[in-house]
Design a protein around this ligand. Structure first.
Ligand SMILES: O=P(O)(O)OC[C@H]1O[C@](O)(CO)[C@@H](O)[C@@H]1O
Length: 319
């Protein structure tokens, strides 16, 4: 893994996402999907599972049975007709995900693999391969593949729910939002790095609908600069992370949008913790990082991890 190459992977996010938008205008990655799907099982590890958790929640809210499982679970839904199994693996070679698909390959369920490596063993085991088209991540850290996984999960959602939306236009707005954060980083990054640089690690908080943002952000702080970091859901925060604020110098990135943000911020105020809001103004936050189109929750879902990814990249390269 390499910090400088990771930073250049981040810098190419807008270009790669714009190119994906163009592809989705020209071709339907799910053209080969069979009809009659009535339940969806996502499988993945690390960042490849984070996006799946959000995708499954969104599908359930639209009335489609969907679940995201750790590939490493000993067993999950039994194979059955009408089940679409979606293993997600950027490399297409994570041992746990390859093992998990064995229970489904060649059976009644259909397998649609999301991967950035169409020549991988995972792709070979699938009925349908959905190429992430994220390009090579030369830094060795999943970042563009995370963003493209979310984009293609939104495409799958449109396909399964029949929701008529202009997904390429959404991806273009997310590319603009990413470019805006990158271009204006001198305005927000130094203060953010300073405020998050505490003795007890970094915490990340997001609503259930965007929990992947908190999870991926915490992973980036661990994987690059190897700092202690953990993610928490915004409502759950008052039942979980609140216990850290009394004894630790608690410093967090908050991705706002939960109806329980205010409840958490009451504790933050009382305990003198440090919270930085990303993509919106939050009362008593130490700072707010804004970017174009940040009022659209789907743009936020696709974009907001870039804040943590850039902090992680600069901390890492300073080591
Ligand atoms: O998507 P893959 O290739 O299965 O990798 C799963 C996870 O493992 C990692 O490669 C780290 O080991 C992460 O980047 C990723 O989140």
């Amino acid at each position: 893994m390499n910090a400088e190459l990771y930073l250049s992977d981040l810098e190419s996010k807008p270009e790669a996402l714009t190119a994906l938008a163009g592809r989705l205008r020209a071709e339907d990655p799910f053209a080969g999907l069979p009809a009659g799907i009535d339940r969806v099982l996502f499988l993945g590890m690390g960042s490849s599972r984070y996006g799946a958790g959000v995708a499954a929640l969104r599908l359930r809210a639209a009335g489609v049975f969907a679940h995201a499982e750790y590939s490493s679970a000993a067993a999950s839904l039994p194979p059955a007709e009408g089940t679409l199994v979606v293993p997600i693996s950027a490399t297409g070679s994570s041992r746990e995900t390859l093992d998990a698909v064995v229970a489904y390959a060649g059976g009644q369920a259909r397998l649609a693999a999301f991967t950035n490596s169409p020549g991988s063993p995972l792709a070979a085991a699938a009925d349908l391969v959905v190429d992430l088209h994220a390009g090579e991540e030369r830094g060795g850290v999943a970042c563009r593949t995370f963003q493209h996984t979310l984009a293609l999960l939104l495409a799958l959602e449109s396909r399964l729910t029949g929701r008529d939306r202009d997904l390429p236009a959404l991806l273009e707005r997310a590319a603009q939002a990413s470019a805006d954060l990158l271009e204006r980083r001198d305005e927000w990054l130094p203060l953010t790095m300073e405020l998050l640089d505490g003795p007890h690690g970094v915490y990340t908080i997001a609503p259930a609908e965007r929990l992947s943002s908190a999870e991926q952000s915490a992973l980036m702080f661990r994987e690059g600069p190897r700092r202690p970091a953990d993610a928490c859901e915004s409502g759950d925060w008052s039942h979980v992370d609140v216990y850290l604020t009394k004894t630790l110098d608690y410093r967090a990135l908050l991705f706002p949008g939960s109806r329980y943000d205010g409840q958490a911020m009451d504790w933050v105020r009382e305990r003198g913790s440090t919270v930085i809001a990303v993509g919106g103004e939050v009362k008593d936050a130490a700072a707010a990082i804004r970017y174009v189109h940040d009022d659209d929750p789907d743009v936020a879902l696709l974009t907001e991890t870039l804040v943590a990814e850039l902090v992680a990249a600069y901390w890492w390269s300073a080591q």
